[in-house]
Design a protein around this ligand. Sequence first.
Ligand code: RP5
Length: 176
Amino acid sequence: MSAAPAAGSTSADEDAGPLVGIVMGSDSDWPVMEAAAQALTEFEIPHEVDVVSAHRMPREMIAYGEQAADRGLKAIIAGAGGAAHLPGMLASVTPLPVIGVPVPLKYLDGMDSLLSIVQMPAGVPVATVSVGGARNAGLLAARILAAHDPELLGRMREFQDQLNEQATDKGKRLRA
Ligand code: RP5
């Protein structure tokens, strides 16, 4: 069992303020959501982690969304399971890009989480990743930041080259 999320900034560069906020409806989402933090750590992107429940902490959730841009965040990754309203509600009160992670719970294989997050009304976008796809959420946040950061863009290209090499090697091993 992974450690529960620690509130506050975590990054390779402790001097920089967080650029990405990772929030989730409960600490029980952390075993899924920590893959987003791991991806951001790999790209040395300062980020913060916290529990901000849409249903149990509605006022704090609205405050988090309203203050995120002014605090210097550039993107929010929000994960929740079941009636997963956190990503959509954050997107309704922040101008920042919001990436939603459907967290699979005990029942319904995460379909409830997926449909709760992905079916947003026009005008309020949430970039929804696959059920349990927190790593891709972290990588997508890195790409969003890389669009205005040539050095980070270069590291993303290197990462993609590594993926290509790994996949190519797998093919070579099968053919051998
Ligand atoms: C959701 O309810 C959370 O995102 C979590 O996935 C789910 C269950 O929460 P706990 O009862 O485990 O705290 O809001």
